[in-house]
Design a binder for this molecule. Sequence first.
Ligand SMILES: Cc1cc2nc3c(=O)[nH]c(=O)nc-3n(C[C@H](O)[C@H](O)[C@H](O)COP(=O)(O)OP(=O)(O)OC[C@H]3O[C@@H](n4cnc5c(N)ncnc54)[C@H](O)[C@@H]3O)c2cc1C
Length: 811
Amino acid sequence: MKSRTKAVVIGGGIAGCSTLYHLTQEGWTDVVLVERNELTSGTTWHSAAQVTNFGMNQTMVGLKTHSINLYKELAGDPEYPINYHHGDGGIRLANTEAQLQGYRHFTSMARGMDVEFEVIDAEECARRHPLISTDNLIGGLWDPMDGDIDPAQLCQALARRARKAGAEVYRNTPVTGLTQHKDDTWTVHTEHGDIDCDVVVNAGGYRVNEVGAMMGVHHPVASMEHQYFLTEEIPAIKEAGHRMPLLRCPISDYYCRQEKNGLLVGFYEQDCKTWGMDGIDPNFVNALCPDDLDRVTDVLEGAFERMPALMETGIHTVVNGPITYTIDGAPLVGPIPGKRNAFCIIGLRAGLGEGGGHGWLLAQQIVHGEACYDTWCIDPRRFTGHTNVELTALKAIEDYQNEFRFHFPHEHRPAGRPAKTTPLTPILAAEGAEFTVVNGWERVDYIKPAPDFHHTRDFHFDATFDVVAAEVRNVQENVGLCEVNGFNRFEITGADRHQFLDRMFCGNVTKREGRVGLGYLLNDHGMVKGEATIANLPASDRGPERAWYGSAAASEYHDMDWLTAHIAADEDVQIKSLTNDQTILVLAGPKSRDVLQAVSRADWSKEAFPWLSVRECFIGFAPATVMGVSFSGELAYEIHIPNASLYAAYLALREAGKAHGLQLFGARAVDAMRMEKGFMHWKADLITEFTPLETGLDRFVKLDKGDFIGKAALVAQSAAGLRKKLVTLKINATHAPAYGGASLMQDDKVVGTITSGDWGHRVGMNLAYAFVDPALSEVGSEIQLDHLGELVSVQVIAPSPYDPTFALMRS
Ligand SMILES: Cc1cc2nc3c(=O)[nH]c(=O)nc-3n(C[C@H](O)[C@H](O)[C@H](O)COP(=O)(O)OP(=O)(O)OC[C@H]3O[C@@H](n4cnc5c(N)ncnc54)[C@H](O)[C@@H]3O)c2cc1C
């Protein structure tokens, strides 16, 4: 066994084998995989091993396409061929129009990744899958590349190729401990000796938290028992003359694929069961949980009705095994928050289908610092401190119960809520607030016009349209108040903070005391990594001279790791998170100054406190830090208040607001208004696939300043030209907004991708942002949008259609 290597991957299931193989492909060949037993002896060996191309965003579709292409190549390797049925096709069933709308959107989105799904009607479903009835069925989504693979052969093939490239695999070698050294390298302790390495990867499957505990980390991953059975031979399958397509059923919560001349049918029962919550027997190896078909009778009935042939067929094997779920259903693939040189590829609930792609994207992150796609949807840092074991289990159960039911726009499911609240949450609930969830925080989405008001679950504009319009109108004409909790806030102190920040941002962010600036952080490849405001506060009785760094609600761990990793050894810079200590009350609208002036003794005139100013003050008697910034495009103030005095500040503002028509508004109104102003959302419009030049942020880039992260790549791109360009679009449709991922088409070719969309109530336009081919980025260009299955015309318009000179914000 080696005593030193570059990377140690812990776990020899699909996650570990794929990571090991892809590390060698990305250029790291001195790498090792350690497995406590035999390869695939965790969950992988008994997987149903379906390999779908379906995903709900482009990153997921892209990584699954990578799996499929890789598996095809492995299957065709004459030296070590493996069994892979690809191209059987698969159908996701639907019995509601809303589900079909979703499938149409996913089809549009996948088209941008060169994947052609097809929405078919019930008769066509039955024609392609002769065993199913069309009762209570209106159609489905056809995935032509659906199939299944032999999981053990797949892992052996990946390990074999990795070994050929120089990697080593140590079987029957349990990892017993992990030690990190001062220089951020690791020692992996195993039963057969220690291995020193630069990087460790946790690919421990359902033992993820045993490995996590070795580095003092708890991962939000829980295991569920999951069952399928295999039937005896079904004559109709033999007679069909072709393999049966796969089925996934959100109506009755099961899946089904052909196995020999019978079927494999798996279940997602409501009466489901967590597994291993209080520890896992060390001898649970190559093992299964006891059969428990009684638990799945509810689902079985639905499956029998859809496929009557099942009723006449015997069951010959039942498989019940642990499967991992995370707190939001998507896996955790990337850097482990708060750790250096530590990565994970865990919480895979569809690891055979996705594993090839996840290992690929993880290896890219390890070797190059970033993957070819934006990986936020699988990034382990997308949750912060609230993700404890109990909450994770509740969300895992809910997710399991809804396995094939995708989330509709604005849908936030009830389990584990409320996870994060402020003193205002119950107050706002009593005011009629409907809440959305942002990284666990309950944030006001809109104020319901009546207690029994409900929005519909589909992709069209619904009754909330008028509710949001009214909130926007009041902000535009009077003044609105909105709580923005969970916003990320770091306090940066130390004599070298300005030079440090200068290196982190691609533009000149203000260093002046009492002033606020907006800037962008790039990665080493010149791509947009983050967006933050910097507010420079003078020394006061609340602290020394300091900068407040403010960024998106879920970015705390992501930004903290990025910033702290770049503080030079000799730099005097300290960063402290205030994210959970303070909350923002946004006061927005032409009368916001009057309200502020009524509750705070400072001079809030335009002259004394112009746009982009920051000041410590009191709201009534509540200590506050106020910034003159606006996301709505109206005159507005961000009032940052310690949570302990939030209610006091709220009462003062509400009281003062009475004379000025103050009303509450929520996140939906904010989102609609920011679209009219050309303001972007991190991880929707601002992603690591594009540079700030491509994202239309040229005015925030200063190539003539000193060195900053990503500068060389940006200089190179300035010379080479842009690949895409972010534009604002007017959509010629009034029934539905454009959704992120949807494809823009010209002459049957995909020429762009929507990043976000919403109705602009003040300009009366259906607006969207999209990355398009540069040739189409001129104002006036006409393109078509594949909009929920229909082609509608869209037009490139100038950004910020509402108040393009930004006069209102500065007023
Ligand atoms: C019944 C069932 C059906 C499924 N069907 C599908 C399907 O159709 N399609 C699909 O894509 N997915 C399916 N899945 C899910 C899929 O099987 C898993 O996502 C995948 O196998 C997980 O792989 P893994 O490598 O993360 O974990 P595992 O396969 O569990 O591998 C983890 C490895 O880490 C090792 N390990 C743990 N601790 C240590 C340690 N301390 N030292 C060294 N090694 C350690 C373990 O021994 C194990 O071999 C199914 C799962 C189940 C249970």
